[in-house]
Design a binder for this molecule. Structure first.
Ligand code: ARG
Length: 471
């Protein structure tokens, strides 16, 4: 590497033991300010809490603390009005803000870093940032859950084919189908909530790795920052990134669920299925084929799952070879984390806005359920209730289905005489179970697809949403 030299005077906050300047390429290679400046608010919040704690234990005087806190608040305004010129020579968000502080308030600014290291500082910033983003993700998940409940209630009576192997299997209600999505996202919301407890732990006080010789009060700092626990071990406090990996895993599952729903929306809006139409605002046209209306939003959501899975794998790999305690590898955690958070929030937003725009073609759904002979199982169950063994009933219905197929008709369109040619146990009352409405209404138990059960589940869903504990 050519020993190019970085410019001018030594503004490196750690420059004391060095006799040569950093190679210019190395300076940009190691700098993170280009992306970690996103943490500025949390860095300032953490620094203010640290300064107050130092004052509380007598390491800083009241006047020093007031100058530092005031200076940091001004810097926050500078950042927000675009007046802070970020410097790559100052490496990262932490050193940019600290040296700006000294520029602004003079020598006393240099006291802020007492009893602290960038290692516990960055871990603190990251936890504060993720805690806020978890709350934002949970709010979006809850909004989506509300949208799903409204739609499920509206479509409680809408009959559609339920599928296994993507073959029409048994009739279900669309409300029931949407409530399956509700359950997936409800669990996702719970996972973020659980993850939050492990994120919400104070690392500050661990300093570089071994703690500090100053008489710090970590309970004070934790209270200032709203942390519900204090990292027990200083080595672990600066090196742990489990919480970030866990958050990516939670996000990956949200994207899995969004991707599955997207796949269904794409299928349902295809001319082959023709079950739904998404609002024009959420689709785009083709530049060559004038007839096309493409479901780009669900397709993109499905595609974006890939980047979030990739970030999860990147973070796992980032950690696996690291000895205790802090290593610079950890600087690489930020870009994947930021992109994970942005992606999951954007995808949830897309869903919250797109789903209410969906038109349901109820007649098409009903017709698809009717065409698939989806009440065959109901006929078998009927014969069982007349005293037949299920296996025998299955064989008889199989023959009746073949009969209907050969005749180009549906099972429920066969005459009683035709049905009785397969089993004399069949009577006029069979038509109550062979109809689509009869089939779904019969599945009338907790967790079943009957419209009455869907309405009860919507009601429970609203109660579950209202009863969620919130941070
Ligand atoms: N930019 C660093 C990071 O993101 C901050 C901590 C640097 N610590 C150090 N000892 N070089 O992890």
């Amino acid at each position: 590497m050519k020993p190019e030299q970085s410019s001018g005077q030594d503004d490196r906050l750690w420059g004391g033991r060095f006799s040569e300047p950093t190679d210019a390429f190395v300076q940009s290679f190691t700098a993170s300010v280009g992306f970690d400046r996103r943490l500025y608010r949390y860095d300032i919040q953490g620094s203010i809490a640290h300064a107050r704690m130092l004052c509380h234990v007598g390491v800083l005087s009241d006047a020093e603390c007031a100058a530092i806190v005031g200076g940091l608040e001004e810097i926050q305004k500078d950042v927000e009005s675009g007046r802070l010129a970020w410097s790559v020579a100052l490496e990262d968000v932490h050193m940019n803000i600290e040296s700006r502080l000294t520029e602004r308030i003079g020598e006393v600014g240099k006291k802020l870093h007492t009893g602290r290291s960038r290692n516990d500082q960055v871990a603190t910033d990251l936890r504060l940032y993720l805690r806020a983003e978890i709350d934002a993700v949970m709010a979006r998940l809850e909004a989506l859950l509300g949208v799903l409940l409204d739609l499920a209630e509206r479509e409680a009576d809408t009959i559609m084919p339920g599928y296994t192997h993507l073959q029409a299997a048994q009739p279900v209600t669309l409300g029931h189908h949407l409530l399956a999505w509700f359950e997936m996202f409800f669990r996702d919301r719970g996972r973020f909530f659980d993850c939050r407890r492990r994120v919400n732990v104070l690392p500050l006080g661990a300093a570089a790795l071994a703690g500090t010789s100053f008489p710090i009060d970590r309970v004070f700092t934790a209270r200032e920052l709203g942390f519900e626990a204090i990292a027990e071990n200083s080595l672990d406090a600066v090196s742990d990134r489990d919480f970030a990996i866990e958050l990516c895993a939670c996000a990956a599952l949200v994207l899995t669920h969004l991707s599955r729903s997207s796949e269904e929306l794409v299928l349902w809006s295809s001319p082959q299925f023709d079950f739904i139409e998404l609002g024009d605002a959420f689709c785009t046209g083709s530049s060559i084929m004038p007839q096309k209306k493409n479901p780009d939003v669900p397709e993109l959501v499905r595609g974006k799952s890939g980047r979030v899975y990739g970030h999860l794998m990147a973070l796992l790999t980032l950690m696996k070879g690291q000895p205790l305690a802090y290593n610079r590898d950890n600087q690489e955690d930020k870009e994947p984390l930021f992109d994970t958070v942005d992606t999951v929030e954007d995808c949830l937003r897309a869903y919250i806005e797109m789903l209410p725009s969906m038109t349901v073609k109820r007649e098409r759904l009903r017709e698809a359920a009717r065409r698939g002979m989806t009440t065959a199982t109901d006929l078998a169950d009927y014969l069982v209730r007349k005293g037949m063994a299920f296996r025998d009933a299955h064989a008889i219905v199989g023959r009746a289905v073949r009969h209907a197929f050969d005749a180009g008709r549906d099972l429920c369109d066969l005459t009683l005489a035709e049905l009785r040619s397969h089993s004399p146990a069949i009577d006029q009352d069979v038509y109550a179970v062979l109809t689509l409405e009869g089939s779904v209404a019969a599945r009338d138990h907790f967790g079943g697809t009957a419209p009455a059960q869907v309405r009860a589940a919507v009601e429970r869903g609203r109660q579950r949403l209202a009863a969620l504990s919130r941070p």
